[in-house]
Design a protein around this ligand. Structure first.
Ligand SMILES: [Cu+2]
Length: 140
């Protein structure tokens, strides 16, 4: 009997490993977006960027909790990074691992793009990734 239970567990586990991509799942219908500034807006530096999230919650990096993540802000990135890998921080990709929901950015005068990506406790985007629209702003 013990053997039967064990083999059942093995089948159950391997079944879920195949079905599961290994990525955290996002809540259906959830959305990440830039609250402000708005696309096309002219602003002066420092620019206060406010991060919006609906349908999921914000948790600091390292905290494993279902349907949560932390914000990553992509600045002037024309191409998305690999969303199946942990996001690597740089001047153009900022982590907000303390669970921040806004940031003040020093931006040079001219056109800049902003885009948000939510990622899980290990900085990896969810299996249905939450990526905002890429907005363009003008800095005076
Ligand atoms: Cu991160």
């Amino acid at each position: 009997m013990k053997k039967l239970i064990l083999s059942f567990l093995l089948v159950a586990c391997s079944g879920s490993a195949i079905a599961d991509s290994g990525l955290s799942s996002s809540a259906p219908g959830s959305k990440v977006y830039v609250i402000s500034p708005q696309g096309g807006e002219t602003v002066s530096s420092p620019v206060l960027v406010r991060f919006g999230l609906s349908g999921m919650g914000v948790a600091p990096s390292g905290v494993v909790r279902v349907n949560t993540g932390h914000h990553h802000l992509l600045i002037d990135m024309k191409v998305l990074p690999d969303l199946k890998q942990p996001l690597v921080g740089s001047d153009n990709l900022r982590h907000f691992g303390k669970g921040q929901t806004e940031a003040e950015l020093m931006l040079s005068p001219g056109e800049h793009t902003l885009q948000l990506v939510l990622a899980d406790h290990a900085h990896t985007p969810h299996s249905s990734p939450l990526v905002s629209e890429r907005i363009t702003i003008h800095v005076k």
